[in-house]
Design a protein around this ligand. Sequence first.
Ligand code: COA
Length: 472
Amino acid sequence: MISLTIPRVALRAAAPSRQFAAAANGSVRGVKTLTEAVGEVIPKKREELAQLKSSSADKSLGEVKVSNLLGGMRGLKIMLWEGSVLDANTGITFHGKTIPDCEKELPNAKDLGLGGKEMLPESMLWLLLTGNVPSNEEVKQLSAELAAKGKLPSFVEKIIDSFPKTLHPMTQFAAAVGALNHDSAFAAAYTKGIKKTEYWQPTLEDSIDLVAKLPAIAARIYYNVFGKGDGQQKIDTSKDLIGNYAEMIGYGGNEGLTDYLRLYIAIHGDHEGGNVSAHTAHLVGSALSDPYLSYSAALLGLAGPLHGLANQEVLGWALGMQDKVGPNASHEQIKEYLWDTLKSGRVVPGYGHAVLRRPDPRFTALSRFCDDRPELQQSSIVQLVKKVSEVAPGVLKEHGKTANPFPNVDAASGCVLHEYGLSEFRYYTVIFGISRAIGALPQLVMDRALGLPIERPKSMSIAALNKHLGNN
Ligand SMILES: CC(C)(COP(=O)(O)OP(=O)(O)OC[C@H]1O[C@@H](n2cnc3c(N)ncnc32)[C@H](O)[C@@H]1OP(=O)(O)O)[C@@H](O)C(=O)NCCC(=O)NCCS
């Protein structure tokens, strides 16, 4: 049951203090800053939660079966998550908007006069935090704010540079993000004794700061491990978040890759709350750990092969197939390779999903990107991945185990990076890690704004379960 301790008078007093709002960013007349926009939506959210609690706190959301407890809590409705909802059959929606809706409505690279035409992660961040579509000017202002905050403190650069190249990039990523808590506004405000109703303000301040710095961390790791990019953090305030990131990793002149990264990072941001990375950020944050600590923990979950690491596995698997059967594999050869994988006891990477029961709309969006780009239509690896998506569902259905035999987003994501020359697939989950912050951090802000309690589900041993169930 949700325990809400915010007094009613505080429900209305959510707008950021004048001092905080001014410090966050100087807004242009008529154009809201993100902090101002979030401050406007919080009172309504608090009212909605208070009403839900008073009208429905004792209503049931379904029974908990032993199979739920033993089966990774699949399907249990046990978390509040505002940004997105995942439907098994229709896929993800962000505040009710499908990916095609977002592609139409959210300000994109073209709207801001940048090279390219894909939606901007900044627009998605705004939508996830506020539920509203920002104007072009608001996104432009947010991009400039992120650029201004994008440079790393030198001690974080030194931490990254001291890691052995052999340390997995995701381990480096989580450590660097955790170290940023040195300057956490939330941790400092909490130590000073900030009021609970104001927790969301420094949480948002840290979250914006972290989103701003993730590209520079990721670029420094790329430089440290693969020696690419120039190791500098030249951030141009006239560029968007991903335009600067592409520049820092040495692909600034590659418009196709830059635009692909925008789309990739926008659509990987949020996938409701129960996935490992998002849930981890929420769980760790529920102990009032600051956004840096919470998101550092989330990245370590993202590093698992059944979650974010799958995109690197897909590419390795697909390139292995290409090596074995040549660049123009027939449907029959692909079928054989799929069966060899399954018979050896491995999963087919990029297929299946814990919740979805249809092809992943994120896969569809990335496939659309490939169809739009002549250079990708000629790519043998992109074409192979496409052919696999035609054959694999039939094979997986015949195999008979997988609840969802269709491609998930990872089936396509890595091969496009590879085709554009970003071929270090040990690095791919880092790009996912830049993205997931755009979904996980807005919920942390909401958690604090709504005064949600520390998460503490009940666990049971096998003996306790048997006793409870009356088994001998
Ligand atoms: C995503 C994933 C972890 C979901 O797991 P899940 O919710 O347990 O999936 P299911 O309920 O469909 O699993 C039922 C069985 O089918 C198997 N299965 C699921 N996806 C499979 C796949 N792609 N290839 C082969 N077998 C698969 C499972 O391993 C499980 O076998 P088991 O009963 O022997 O343990 C799983 O589909 C998977 O491992 N996919 C490949 C990795 C991947 O693409 N991950 C990225 C996800 S976005």
